[in-house]
Design a protein around this ligand. Structure first.
Ligand code: SF4
Ligand code: SF4
Length: 290
């Protein structure tokens, strides 16, 4: 019998599944779209969809060519590229009346451009149909190639987000097909290509990292000129995923946020339920105001 840590009170929240939420779920099926909000069973879904008018879409299929050990996305042979997905997504953003949209994608290591062309087209279509909506892109490392980052940056998203996920020491164990330095490099390249687009990266903690290692990671991100950082608690999606080593307390999160701000991040969101896309609408404004 394996032992699991008991879930602390601050993580016990009720899922709200009211009528408007059901309608939106139906819209996703009709438009054949995938959201991280649903697939990751994100605890913030009601607040995000209904109140803050934000959502995170996952494009380029729902099957990933990688298999990170914290992630619930299916691994296997990828889907056919769907060039009509950008338009369907843009229409859904309009129907949902979103103020901020996060567009992420599975890693497409089978494609030369890592999916950058469809990704950029999605940004353009969303912009065309929803000129008032801010757009945040959260791509995979797209092979770490500058030309792919450029394809996406040229579509002019409002935020370029690329997740570091975990500290340097744990990267090979947590996301075997990614590389810590390649992630930093993708962030650095995007900043160099267009310094006016804020960059952002997210860390999940609770996998056995120390405070010192987290601080080292903050320095690495600042060194790559990253503007915004988010820190959240890792939650094990199923029993076959990596086990939680520690629940960081709300006080510890508050301390990490202070440290991040002292390092020069323009904005930091840190807390047990913070996800890469949590309160992302505020982050755009914070980064632009600076
Ligand atoms: Fe979706 Fe992100 Fe909000 Fe969760 S925090 S519901 S994934 S937009
Ligand atoms: Fe999940 Fe992204 Fe890793 Fe694929 S690359 S397994 S979608 S975290």
């Amino acid at each position: 019998q394996e032992e699991y840590l008991r879930k602390p009170e601050w993580l016990k929240i009720k899922l709200n599944t009211n009528e408007s939420y059901k309608g939106l779920k139906k819209l996703m099926r009709e438009k054949r779209l995938h959201t991280v909000c649903e697939e990751a069973k994100c605890p913030n879904i009601h607040e995000c969809w209904a109140e803050r008018k934000t959502a995170t879409f996952m494009i380029l299929g729902d099957v990933c060519t990688r298999a990170c050990r914290f992630c619930a996305v299916k691994t296997g042979l990828p889907n056919e590229l769907d060039w009509e997905e950008p338009e369907r997504l843009a229409e859904s953003v309009q129907v949902m009346g979103l103020k901020h949209v996060v567009i992420t994608a599975v890693a497409r290591d089978d494609l030369r451009d890592g999916g950058a062309a469809v990704f950029a087209e999605t940004v353009r279509q969303v912009r065309k149909m929803n000129p008032g909506t801010s757009i945040e892109v959260l791509p995979s490392d797209m092979g770490g190639k500058e030309e792919n980052v450029k394809t996406l940056i040229d579509a002019k998203p409002d935020i370029f987000n690329h997740n570091i996920e975990t500290i340097r020491r744990l990267t090979p164990r947590v996301r075997a097909r990614a590389k810590y330095d390649r992630t930093l490099n993708v962030l650095r390249i995007s900043k160099q290509l267009n310094p006016s687009i804020p960059t952002k990266s997210s860390l999940m903690i609770g996998l056995g990292e120390t405070k010192e290692e987290i601080i080292e990671l903050m320095d690495d991100l600042r060194d790559a000129d990253v503007d915004i950082m988010t820190i959240g608690q890792y939650l094990q999606p199923t029993k076959s995923h990596l086990k939680i080593k520690k629940y960081w307390s709300p006080e510890e999160f508050a301390e990490l946020k202070e440290i991040a701000l002292s390092k020069g991040f323009k904005h930091c969101e840190a807390g047990p339920l913070v996800r890469s896309s949590y309160h992302a609408d505020e982050q755009v404004n914070a980064a632009k105001a600076n």
